[in-house]
Design a protein around this ligand. Structure first.
Ligand code: SF4
Length: 357
């Protein structure tokens, strides 16, 4: 008997569980590779409940790949606002343009073709290939790694090269050739709702009769991860500067840092927390003062701690006035209404929600 037929129970149990318990989601009702692609990109690093409204808004405004390709990047980012990891939106937009400019507007119909699109990795390519085209590719996300590591008792770290190969091999062996799309979605749902990181509901799990972790009381030890993610602190001091005509100065973020292309305010960053007197006595504030004539700090807003995946941001917003400004290329003076139309990071939204001058 082949290894694949040995393990057929896995796909059978998973698919019957999914038929009864799978969550109904709009991208599961379609075979449109473009819409499935949008859902994949939205759901990277994002829970389904949080991502669903974004999926609906994006596919409503950009119903086809051509609509997305024709949009301005600022608009795409505005629709993405609040989801974080903005490089996903920029890659999606660039890839949509590539599809329209170089592939006659047709989404690639193979795993390899999909993977060649900007921002599309193994998982996304496999899931689109399976859901849209019925191709037998296993898409294993964090949920899938957890389920497989526990059921088969795999100790190889899931974030190691060897682990990735081992899980990919197992996935290829297990994936249903009849219904690879439902197999992948089922694996994800089972991990998200039953085989959760803490307190898995083994009593309700279709795989409990075959599960290594349950039989050996190992669910807390599996899956294994090699690297601990390091989180570092950053201190942002923002200045919302109002000019005599009521306009405020917006800064468009450039470079390779977080939030490229989004708008915030002129700011000073420091690696450690600064006392207010040290902030205002420092060279960065002096440089700001030189560009902002008559700069006066009217009020200090409250400080916010904002968690990103690898960074903890400690941000404070100062409300200021200035009589005139020499703007950098990345800055522009806008009305409050115009500022609201710009794509801004969630942190700026929170800072502004908390405080009005
Ligand atoms: S039996 Fe428990 S540990 Fe094993 S796969 Fe199911 S939920 Fe996870």
């Amino acid at each position: 008997m082949s290894a694949a037929s040995d393990n057929r129970w896995f796909g059978d149990l998973l698919l019957s569980w999914y038929a009864e318990n799978g969550r109904q989601l709009p991208w599961r009702e379609t075979h449109d590779p473009y819409k499935i692609w949008i859902s994949e990109v939205v759901l990277q690093q994002t829970r389904v409940e949080q991502g669903l409204p974004y999926y609906l808004r994006l596919t409503n405004r950009f119903p086809t790949v051509a609509d997305l390709a024709e949009a301005k990047e600022d608009e795409v980012l505005k629709y993405w606002q609040g989801l974080g990891y903005y490089s996903r939106a920029r890659n999606l937009h660039a890839a949509a343009k590539h599809v329209c400019n170089n592939l006659n507007g047709h989404m690639p119909a193979t795993y390899e073709g999909l993977k060649a699109l900007k921002g599309v990795g193994d998982y996304t390519a496999a899931d689109i290939a399976a859901l849209a085209y019925g191709l037998p590719h296993a898409a294993i996300d964090g949920n899938g790694y957890r389920v497989l590591a526990r059921v088969f008792g795999i100790n190889t770290p899931i974030d190691s090269t060897q682990g990735k190969k081992e899980f990919a091999r197992l996935g290829a062996e297990l994936v249903s050739t009849d219904n690879p799309g439902n197999f992948n979605q089922g694996l994800m749902d089972l991990g998200a709702t039953i085989c959760t990181p803490q307190n898995p509901q083994c009593d309700n799990c279709p795989l409990s009769g075959k599960c290594y972790a349950l039989a050996n009381k190992q669910w807390q030890q599996l899956p294994v991860k090699e690297k601990k993610t390091k989180v570092h602190d950053r201190y942002f001091y923002y200045f919302q500067i109002t000019l005599p005509d009521g306009r405020i100065i917006a800064n468009q973020r450039k470079g390779k840092d977080i939030w490229t292309g989004l708008f915030d305010f002129p700011m000073i960053e420091n690696a450690t927390e600064l006392e207010q007197k040290d902030l205002f006595a420092g060279k960065d504030f002096k440089a700001l003062r030189k560009r902002m004539k008559g700069l006066s700090v009217v009020k200090e807003g409250k400080s916010i701690k904002h968690q990103l995946s690898h960074q903890t941001l400690h941000a404070t917003l100062f409300f200021c006035t200035a009589t005139a400004a020499t703007l950098k290329d990345c800055e522009q003076a806008v009305t409050a209404g115009e500022f609201d139309e710009l794509a801004i990071p969630r942190l700026i939204e929170l800072l502004r929600e908390k405080e009005d001058p």
